[in-house]
Design a binder for this molecule. Structure first.
Ligand code: AMP
Length: 172
């Protein structure tokens, strides 16, 4: 059993409903969600002609390896009708593996830790909300260093729109 942290996001349709459904879809695949961050509204990076995202990070327990978790994540994206027409563009639900225990991996389909985690406040801020002492297994350095380096940079705007108990089951 491995502790893993997933970054989830949506910027199309009923964004909160998509993220709540991601939690249910993970549980339905035998992946317990044991922690969740607040819900953040975040500015799109790279492809700017799209609406703001809702993002959160959840902690899950993985019984199987990281490839199995990636397959489940991709099934959950597909179940929410994700389309991939524009790279980095709008999506109903995006599910990324940010951290899988202390695994370091680089294969054609999976890089761990997530290759862009260190560049994204929308992932680092919710991650550190629920795992404040998480460290990069490649360097031993705390992820909070990366967050502190990005804080205040243009294009990295974000704000809390719901506390951890106010979304997902129970919340909207
Ligand atoms: P995206 O469209 O940004 O969700 O990227 C999806 C692609 O990134 C998939 O083809 C995955 O195989 C690949 N990928 C590599 N590392 C990861 C990771 N840590 N989590 C999720 N997807 C990953």
């Amino acid at each position: 059993m491995t502790r893993a942290w997933l970054g989830i996001g949506s910027n199309l349709g009923d964004r909160r409903a998509h993220l709540a459904a991601v939690l249910r879809e993970l549980e339905a695949r035998g992946i317990p969600v044991v922690g969740r961050s607040s819900l953040y509204e975040t500015e799109p990076l790279h492809y700017l002609d799209q609406g703001w995202f809702l993002n959160a990070v959840v902690e899950v327990r993985a019984e199987d390896g990281p490839e199995a978790l990636l397959r489940a994540a991709q099934e959950v994206e597909a179940a929410r009708g994700r389309q991939r027409e524009v790279h980095m563009g709008p999506r109903t639900a995006d599910v990324d593996i940010l951290i899988f225990g202390d695994r370091v991996l680089e294969t054609p389909s999976l890089t761990l830790p997530h290759p862009r985690l260190a560049e994204r406040l929308f992932a680092l801020v919710p991650l550190l909300e629920i795992a404040p002492y998480a460290t990069d297994p490649r360097t031993g350095l705390p992820w909070s260093l990366a967050r502190d380096g990005l804080a205040g940079q243009p294009g990295q705007g974000l704000r809390v729109v719901a506390g951890p108990e106010e979304w997902g089951e129970g919340g909207a």
